[in-house]
Design a binder for this molecule. Structure first.
Ligand code: C2G
Length: 447
């Protein structure tokens, strides 16, 4: 019996895929099809896959052409599979010519002509191309524009800013550039907002009222009730309102949450997160209008993320020590907040005027998680136990600091209308509540 194997992503299964599978099958008697798992695919830069692994596996099975469907989970797996299944022929489309010659040591390698005129990328593009308008003045917008190029189906169409000159050449060259927010809204399907947090509520609200989807750097508002109001408005209008916190979209961070929810370190008793970045001497001045965020927004939000996602929004008490940057007490340079929950505690340290080790430690009754600095760009973490032999290390590639995955999640939410994001509305509202307390001086002690 001649065994044939082929691999692919098979996103939005189309005629080109089916023709390839038919010809692969005809090369032998038994066809094994390897479907690439999402994460493995991310490492190859294919992050814009539309369908879940299960959907893609089901679609391949439904063709009835494959005798066996397997999942390709790691690099180098092809050699393992060829040996394990006793494969005679490896085949793949001609777009891969030469790439798999190294497998000739193990079996015959055949490149089949690719079907012209159809591809998953084209299908994805024709399915939806969200035209996105950028809003704000921060350099961070450059990163968003750059990362959007890796995401199929999102097209940065314009920007509303007062700081065009200090932004990238690519942004300056966008089709539509304006200082008038309403004008931008008329031109796009969705906005990404990174303006001053004080402006968020009004801008998000206007976008939703105009029927536009919103991706907004957290906090979306500076009070819990305003945040809830925006959430209700988005729901009523069937629009996506998603918090942008890139860490939440880092694969390693998301996996860590899942492992912890599964009880890997027992009951979680303490979460301690530190996020700081020292700005240069000129930053000791109050934030330049529009360009920098105060530390509480810039870092407080990210530091709160693991606390709220692991322990929830219902802490019993909180106190926050703050060091001000200016005599008017308008801008903070450092803060430390402590939370007491019924069965756990948490603390965050955040700021742009003090430097510390940017690590995350989550302590449990059986062991603890250690995420080394800078933990907010998580690609690696360890689960440690009393017996070091039990320790486990985890690594997941992080591309584009998570922004790329965040944009993919946003595009997917817009397309499917399903609001399943990494930062849920409860967490989002709890972040806004923290900011509300901070701005009102509630539970605040000066140092
Ligand atoms: N294909 C084709 N004609 C097309 C499109 C795709 O013959 N118009 C073939 C590809 O060459 C590949 C298979 O269909 O053999 C699956 O295509 P993709 O889902 O795009 O998968 P790809 O990323 O090419 O995966 O490591 C090798 C990869 O797993 C191959």
């Amino acid at each position: 019996m001649v065994k044939v194997i082929t691999y692919g992503t098979y996103d939005l299964l189309h005629r080109g895929h089916i023709r390839l599978l038919e010809r692969a099958k005809a090369l032998g008697d038994y066809l094994i099809v390897g479907v690439t798992a999402d994460d493995f695919d991310k490492t190859r830069g294919k992050i814009n896959v539309q369908q879940s692994l299960m959907e893609r596996v089901e679609a391949v099975k439904a063709t009835g052409i494959a005798d066996e469907v397997i999942i390709e989970e790691y690099e180098g797996q092809k050699i393992d599979d060829i040996r394990r299944y006793g494969v005679d022929i490896f085949t793949v489309g001609s777009d891969w010519v030469g790439k798999f010659d190294y497998l000739r040591e193990y079996c015959e390698v055949i490149y089949l002509p690719r079907t012209e005129g159809i591809s998953s990328s084209e299908l994805r593009q024709s399915r939806r191309a969200v035209s996105l308008g950028l809003v704000g003045d921060a350099d961070f917008l450059n990163k968003i524009e750059q990362e959007s190029r890796f995401v199929n189906g999102i097209h940065v169409a314009g920007i509303c800013t007062r700081s065009l000159k200090s932004l990238s050449a690519e942004i300056q060259g966008l089709d539509f550039v304006t200082e008038n927010y309403e004008e931008l809204l008329e031109r796009v399907d969705a906005v990404y907002i990174r303006s001053q947090p004080e402006e968020h509520y009004k801008q998000v609200k206007l976008a939703l009222e105009r029927g536009k989807h919103v991706l907004c750097e957290a906090p979306t508002a500076l009070s819990e009730s305003q945040c809830r109001e925006l959430q209700a408005l988005a729901a009523e209008k069937k629009l996506v309102l998603m918090d942008a916190i890139k860490t939440a979209y880092a694969t390693a961070y998301a996996r860590m949450l899942l492992l912890l929810k599964g009880g890997k370190i027992g009951q979680i008793v303490s979460v301690d997160a530190t996020c700081t970045s020292l700005r240069d001497a000129s930053a000791q001045e109050p934030a330049e209008a529009g360009r920098h965020w105060d530390g509480v927004y810039e870092w407080g939000t990210t530091a709160l993320l693991p606390v709220l996602q692991l322990l929830g929004p219902d802490y019993r008490s909180k106190n926050c020590a703050v060091r001000w940057l200016d005599a008017e007490k308008q801008h903070d340079s450092f803060l430390k907040a402590d939370f007491v929950y019924p069965h756990a505690v948490a603390s965050i340290k955040a700021g742009t005027g003090v430097k510390s080790e940017g690590e995350l430690v989550i302590s449990g009754t059986r062991g603890y998680v250690y995420v080394p600095a800078p933990w907010w760009k998580t690609d690696y973490f360890e689960i440690r136990y009393e017996d070091p032999n039990q320790n486990r290390r985890y690594f997941y590639q992080l591309d584009g600091e998570g922004i790329r995955y965040e944009l993919v999640a946003f595009a997917k939410a817009v397309e499917t209308g399903r609001q399943s994001y990494a930062v849920d509305p409860t967490c989002s509202a709890a972040i806004c509540r923290f900011m509300e307390d901070f701005c009102a001086g509630r539970d605040l002690i000066e140092i």
